[in-house]
Each structure stands twice: as structure tokens, then as C-alpha cells.
Design a protein around this ligand. Structure first.
Ligand code: G3P
Length: 195
């Protein structure tokens, strides 16, 4: 079996670990799929009322993406790292364990970008924080970060990563289509609110 395929499969499997469900289960907080947006990500885990659980979900969903990229790069170099980034992101959004119904990929996106290029990763994180701080809406932070990252890649000269950045951004917008509909309707909740 080609090494790249093994690395991609490994990255997919790492990415598909749903830390939001693991953490809420371990902490006895109930299933995030039953509340709020129904998503398994950090924003919706926060809606269980536990900031610690939300923060841990953000951190671990990001970390798994970074780990997948770093392992692939160490074994097989930069192109493999990009494949692993996409595979881990896919694993988070479409995990085999949950009937392919996973998250929206934002934390994992930030993790893979940080591991691929930490300056661009920091710009992506800053874009997310800025969008979130200005709107107090998590999905606005996510859509801001995803939309700006291809631009940050171009401006910092990481041209070999631009296609990946655009693909990840498109996937994040696709995964946020219910959020985009709520934003347009003016019904998207601010962070920390339950509905
Ligand atoms: O990371 C997902 C976030 O951007 C939106 O989450 O639960 O409000 O759909 P949620």
C-alpha cells in the first residue's frame, strides 16, 4: 500500500475522534447533539454550560489536526502534510463512527493551519478571534478565519498551500450552511446562549 494512502487514512482516523462527545461524556454533561445547534464542536459544547468542556474541545479538536500534520510531515514531507491536513479535517467533519455526521471543522482547521505554517496559523486564529469579538457569534469568527486564510497564504508567500486553503475554506462554508441561513435571518445566537 502506498505510504501516502496509509498516512491519509491515519490522519482521517485521528481527525474522526469526536472530542466534543468524548469530553461531554466523561464530564457527564449530556449529549451536545441534543442541544443548541446539535453540533459536536466547541461552540455547542459550551452551550452545555461548561466553559472548561468547551475550551478542552477546542484544544483537543485543534491538537488532533496539528498532530496529524506533524506526523505526516515527519514521515513523508510537506506534500504529505497537506494531504494529512485535508484528511484530518475530513475525519472531523465526516467521522465513520458517527455515520459520517461530524462537526464543522473550525478547531481542526486552525490546528492543521498552525502546524502547516505557524505564522499563517496565528493569522487565522487572530482572524477568528477578531470576527468573534466583533460579532460575539462563533460562526462569524469561523467564516472570517476560513475566508481570510487563503489571502494570508498569498500575502505570506505560502503559494503551495493556497489551493488547500481554498478547499478547506469552501468546506467550512459548506458545513456552516445552516449557520449562514440563520445569520441571514438574524437568528444566529451569540456565544454562550443556549438556543
Ligand atoms: O465551530 C462551529 C461554529 O463556527 C458554529 O457552531 O454550534 O454555533 O453551529 P454552532
Amino acid at each position: 500500500i502506498p505510504l501516502l494512502l496509509v498516512l491519509a487514512l491515519g490522519a482521517y482516523l485521528i481527525g474522526s475522534v469526536p472530542f466534543g462527545l468524548v469530553i461531554t461524556r466523561v464530564m457527564g454533561l449530556g449529549d451536545p447533539r441534543q442541544i443548541g445547534s446539535g453540533n459536536i464542536g466547541a461552540t455547542n459544547v459550551l452551550r452545555t454550560g461548561s466553559k472548561a468542556a468547551g475550551a478542552a474541545t477546542l484544544l483537543l479538536d485543534g491538537l488532533k489536526g496539528a498532530v496529524a500534520v506533524i506526523v505526516a510531515r515527519t514521515i513523508a514531507g510537506g506534500d504529505a502534510a497537506q494531504v494529512a491536513a485535508l484528511a484530518a479535517f475530513f475525519g472531523h467533519c465526516y467521522p465513520v463512527w458517527l455515520g459520517f455526521k461530524g462537526g464543522k471543522g473550525v478547531a481542526t482547521f486552525l490546528g492543521v493551519v498552525l502546524a502547516l505554517s505557524w505564522p499563517v496559523g496565528l493569522l487565522a486564529c487572530a482572524s477568528w478571534v477578531a470576527g468573534l469579538a466583533l460579532s460575539r457569534i462563533s460562526s462569524v469568527g469561523a467564516l472570517t478565519a476560513a475566508g481570510l486564510t487563503p489571502i494570508w497564504l498569498i500575502l505570506t508567500g505560502r503559494l503551495s498551500m493556497v489551493v488547500l486553503g481554498i478547499v478547506l475554506a469552501l468546506l467550512i462554508y459548506w458545513r456552516h450552511r445552516s449557520n449562514i441561513a440563520r445569520l441571514r435571518a438574524g437568528t444566529e445566537p451569540r456565544v454562550g446562549r443556549k438556543s
